[in-house]
Design a protein around this ligand. Structure first.
Ligand code: TGC
Ligand code: FAD
Length: 389
């Protein structure tokens, strides 16, 4: 399959290092060669193409920004962002897998875990031999995770876990779940291993969005978790929220990839299809769409690049990440909807990408903090007044 070209109207490539361009090219080629041939079938038939896991592991994309000491690639933030962008050009489900594995499962083990926990899990997770998931959301507590009901009670040298999590990416296929639970001493994180007695992870079916991704419930019925599986480095809601800042960072980049895929498809399509005796791309209304989309994608690229530099310089704040997630995912969803329309009836079929991306982006708009929640985070930052409750 021919390589994808991407969009670079303002020569943003000039801002990237050789290594960053190399990582992007490698990921782009991988998506063209290994993802595009399988994704349509996976989406239609609602399964995650698990053969890709070993491949993304081998290419160093899992926990790509974590240190080499733990078998990871040790890449910088921009290179990691470009990986997310290119993977989401293929499908948000694949980028979700990589975000959850790297930012939501490996990162908390790295940031809050003991050396023993890191050595036990991180090298295998980097290779894709072990899979992780992240359990924060509950059936009755999504935007407000601080109200969680799941509880861990200390009993000797063990913790007894009871409760349930919902909408958990990778849950059913995970070897380890990073689970956040209320304790007598604030919210704490636990590594719940597949096979622990009383722990089940049934898959949630009948989704119209992220069909090529595993989404699951996690159920804990008196699960006994050893003290050695508690993450000792953090207590309180800031623990899971810190992980979300890592994952939201990658998602802000990912949306650009989905938008570029839709833009490219709509351009090829409207140049090739004639109505009223000339190519659709030759009509002013179509060109207005392209001008708007080009502008918004380019603005999102600059936001993502700047976010990467702030992260690199240690100046990034969670509110910067909210700004980028909010802007870039709304942009991507708008682009996907516009492109779906530009393809006419063909735009509703699985043969084209726009509707798949559009449906996926509805989830991305909701998860990792809904659009509304990021609006309120920015509102609080500007005014100093929290308007959540
Ligand atoms: P609040 O009182 O504001 O904060 C509690 C403590 O946390 C600190 N904090 C953060 N730390 C790091 N990163 C962040 N983004 C942080 N936001 C807040 C804060 O400083 C405070 O620390 P301390 O030391 O004072 O205790 O908490 P709140 O209860 O008022 O909640 C604020 C709110 C609403 C913004 C937060 O709850 C929120 O972000 N809600 C959205 C929930 C969410 O995003 N869930 C995502 C679940 S995971 C997921 O969707 C994965 S999808 C993955 C995929 O498939 O790709
Ligand atoms: P709610 O919080 O009930 O929100 C419903 C609506 O109300 C939204 O529009 C929201 O913006 C709005 N709203 C809520 N509060 C306010 C307010 N104060 N002011 C104004 N509007 C408000 N979670 C995990 O822990 N791990 C995962 O791996 C994971 N993967 C996911 C995968 C998929 C495919 C999906 C769809 C979700 C996933 N989630 C995961 C859960 C996700 O993070 C939550 O769905 C999200 O945080 C929103 O919570 P909710 O669905 O309960 O919606």
């Amino acid at each position: 399959m021919g390589s994808f070209k991407g969009l670079d109207f303002l020569h943003i490539d000039d801002l990237l290092s050789e290594e960053e361009i190399m990582v992007r090219t490698m990921t782009r080629d991988f998506v063209s060669d290994a993802v595009m041939p399988v994704i349509e079938d996976a989406y239609e038939n609602a399964y995650f193409p698990r053969d890709l896991i070993g491949q993304v592991g081998e290419l160093g994309m899992l926990g790509a920004n974590l240190p080499e000491k733990y078998g990871c690639a040790g890449l910088g933030p921009v290179a990691y962002g470009l990986i997310c962008q290119e993977l989401e050009r293929g499908d948000s489900g694949l980028r979700s897998f990589v975000s959850v594995q790297g930012s939501l499962a490996m990162w908390p083990i790295f940031a809050y875990g003991t050396e023993e926990q890191k050595m036990k899990w991180l090298p295998g997770m980097a290779k894709g031999e072990l899979i992780g998931c992240f359990g924060l959301t509950e059936p009755d507590h999504g935007s407000d995770p601080g109200g969680m009901i799941t509880r861990a009670k200390k009993d000797g040298n063990e913790w007894v876990l009871n409760g349930a999590k919902m909408w958990i990416t990778n849950g059913t296929i995970a070897d380890v779940a990073v689970v956040w639970a209320q304790t007598d001493d604030k919210i704490q994180g636990f590594l719940v291993e597949k096979g622990m007695k009383g722990f089940t992870a049934p898959e949630q079916k009948r989704k119209f969005s992220l069909r090529a991704s595993v989404t699951s419930e996690l159920v804990f019925d008196d699960v006994r978790v050893p003290e050695a599986n508690r993450l000792p480095g953090v207590a309180g809601l800031k623990g899971p929220l810190g992980c979300l800042t890592q994952a939201r960072y990658g998602i802000a980049w990912g949306g650009i990839g989905a938008a570029m895929a839709c833009f490219d498809e709509a351009l090829q399509y409207t140049k090739g299809r004639e109505q009223f005796g000339k190519p659709l791309a030759g009509f002013q209304l179509m060109q207005q769409n392209f001008a708007e989309m080009l502008t918004e994608i380019t603005k999102a690229q600059l936001v993502a690049w700047r976010l990467g530099k702030l992260k690199e310089d240690g100046k990034i704040r969670p509110q910067h990440v909210s700004f980028a997630k909010r802007n870039n995912i709304k942009m991507a969803l708008d682009v996907a909807r516009t492109c779906r329309d530009m393809l006419g009836a063909n735009g509703i079929t699985a043969e084209y990408q726009a509707m798949r991306h559009m449906c996926n982006l509805e989830s991305v708009y909701t998860y990792e903090g809904t659009h509304n929640i990021h609006t309120l985070i920015l509102g609080q930052d500007v005014t100093g007044i929290a308007a959540f409750g």
